[in-house]
Design a protein around this ligand. Structure first.
Ligand SMILES: CC(C)(COP(=O)(O)OP(=O)(O)OC[C@H]1O[C@@H](n2cnc3c(N)ncnc32)[C@H](O)[C@@H]1OP(=O)(O)O)[C@@H](O)C(=O)NCCC(=O)NCCS
Length: 163
């Protein structure tokens, strides 16, 4: 199926129809979350050829390190940035048709254009479908115990170096 992914131009405007879907999937807190070290925030939405909304993904660009309480990673004195996916969802009626994969690929492409070193996310232990999707896309996996959840993982995809 043809899937168009585009950025919701002002992701903070909650009158955009994507917000009803974000709330339906219970991910509002992760789309609204902001932190001082975020450099930019991006909300992507996926549409069918007849413009039906099929899913969303929110990522932020940030220096690598501060969100885990660590100092920024640098290369030759320059901070290295990453795209971190904070929210990601496809409603059940549209699953297993490649929508989630199209959204992830759009983030990977945009992160490359934005000069990021990697794409990263954390996924809790009950999000097994997301784990499968990330592994299939070639993300490296780092299991971690967080808030008593010992099946959660970080997923990291290094991006090709520019120059
Ligand atoms: C994770 C999610 C976004 C995937 O969306 P999707 O559009 O169904 O994903 P795709 O169709 O692109 O799936 C790609 C591949 O991922 C894997 N996958 C997806 N869902 C799966 C499932 N339920 N069981 C096993 N593998 C699964 C498969 O390898 C699949 O390829 P295939 O259909 O050819 O076998 C969707 O399941 C979802 O919204 N889940 C609930 C919210 C969530 O977990 N969000 C992530 C928060 S961290």
């Amino acid at each position: 199926m043809e899937i168009e992914v585009r950025e919701v131009l002002d992701g903070r405007r909650e009158d955009d129809p994507v917000w009803a879907l974000i709330d339906e999937l219970g991910q509002g807190d992760w789309v609204r979350f902001t932190a001082g070290f975020h450099l930019s925030s991006h909300l992507l939405a996926a549409y069918s050829p007849d413009t039906r909304l099929m899913g969303f993904c929110r990522y932020i660009v940030q220096p690598i390190g501060p969100d885990t309480g660590c100092p920024p990673i640098t290369v030759q004195g320059q901070e290295v940035h990453e795209a971190k996916i904070l929210a990601f969802g496809v409603p059940e009626r549209w699953r297993r048709r490649g929508v989630g994969t199209a959204l992830q690929r759009a983030v990977i492409a945009a992160a490359g254009r934005q000069g990021c070193h990697q794409v990263r996310s954390h996924s809790s232990g009950d999000n097994v479908e997301n784990h499968q999707l990330k592994l299939r896309l070639g993300f490296a996996v780092h299991p971690i115990v967080r808030d008593g959840d010992d099946r959660g993982c970080y997923f990291i995809l290094p991006l090709p170096r520019r120059g």
